[in-house]
Design a protein around this ligand. Structure first.
Ligand code: MN
Length: 147
């Protein structure tokens, strides 16, 4: 593990691949991931940089592990539980265990953010049709959600 990971500009770091984020149980669009600090750091956490392209969104999901997020680039909106939050650079987003969440890029895009997670973590769950119907009973959530 090298002590320095050089910043290359444009939200890229030396020797860190930018991966297309794998689709899950729900559709998604235009999300990339760079693992800035992975398991080889010896920590029990990982720090990733995600970028959501213009008009893109992350999966709607929930899981037992929490997220600690720092917005770095662009503006967007985030669903956390039943709240839709407008976010901009340096805002902090806290996603507790088993809380539905989805990030959407806004008109200032891409939306880029750091996301801190447990290194050992459970796999995301995606909403069942029944759970989706429950979420969509709220008109604001219904308008926001992308699956
Ligand atoms: Mn998540």
């Amino acid at each position: 593990m090298k002590p320095l990971g050089r910043y290359r500009g444009d939200y890229r770091w030396a020797e860190i691949p930018r991966e297309a984020y794998e689709p899950g149980g729900t559709d998604f669009l235009g999300v990339t991931r760079q693992v800035l600090f992975g398991r080889d750091t010896g920590l029990t956490a990982e720090l990733r940089y995600f970028e959501v392209a213009c008009r893109g969104h992350t999966n709607l999901e929930r899981h037992e592990h929490a997220h600690a997020v720092v917005i770095l680039r662009g503006k967007g909106r985030v669903l956390v539980g039943r709240e839709i939050l407008a976010v901009r650079p340096f805002d902090l987003v806290r996603v507790a265990a088993m809380t539905w969440h989805q990030f959407r890029a806004g008109t200032s895009c891409p939306l880029g953010f750091l996301c801190l997670v447990d290194a050992e973590r459970d796999r995301p769950q995606y909403p069942t049709p029944k759970q989706l119907a429950t979420l969509r009973r709220d008109p604001q959530l219904a308008a926001f959600i992308r699956v």
